[in-house]
Design a protein around this ligand. Structure first.
Ligand SMILES: [Cu+2]
Length: 144
């Protein structure tokens, strides 16, 4: 057997895991709460299922339609709703992460379009490794 084989094999494995990092995520239920014209903020929600064998770390969100997009978490602290910025979101192998009202969300600031019910736009999810994932979000009143 060729002595170089294990090294070559590991190299291939590394390339394969890189290529599938963000793509391992299956996004469903991607929606944004409708906001009246002039609203400066909006929140986006989604379910992210990691079908890969590795943890996927979502590090940021990009959008051409908003001035900024950040990962946030709402929590009740002493009866008060508070939001904090999340530097990243991890989805374990085979796990589903739910970003839903009252919890994790994408905080969208400075919309460059009116968020009318039924309209759609794209957000791009950036992961620690692999290709960015562009997801179409639909504007709705509620999650149903
Ligand atoms: Cu927020």
């Amino acid at each position: 057997m060729n002595a170089d084989f294990p090294v070559a094999c590991m190299g291939l494995f590394f390339l394969a895991s890189e290529a599938h990092a963000c793509e391992g995520l299956e996004i469903s239920d991607a929606w944004v709460r409708a906001a009246p014209p002039g609203a400066t903020m909006a929140a986006a929600y989604f379910q992210a299922t990691n079908g890969s064998e590795q943890r996927v770390r979502l590090t940021s969100i990009d959008s051409a339609q908003f001035r900024s997009a950040m990962l946030h978490e709402s929590r009740l602290v002493g009866g008060q709703a508070q939001m904090r910025h999340l530097p990243y979101l991890d989805v374990g192998p085979g796990a589903t992460l739910s970003a839903a009202p009252g919890g994790i969300h994408v905080m969208l600031a400075g919309p460059r379009t009116v968020l009318t019910v039924g309209s759609t736009f794209n957000l791009t999810l950036l992961c620690e490794q692999g290709e960015p994932l562009t997801v179409t979000f639909t504007v709705k009143r509620t999650s149903e």
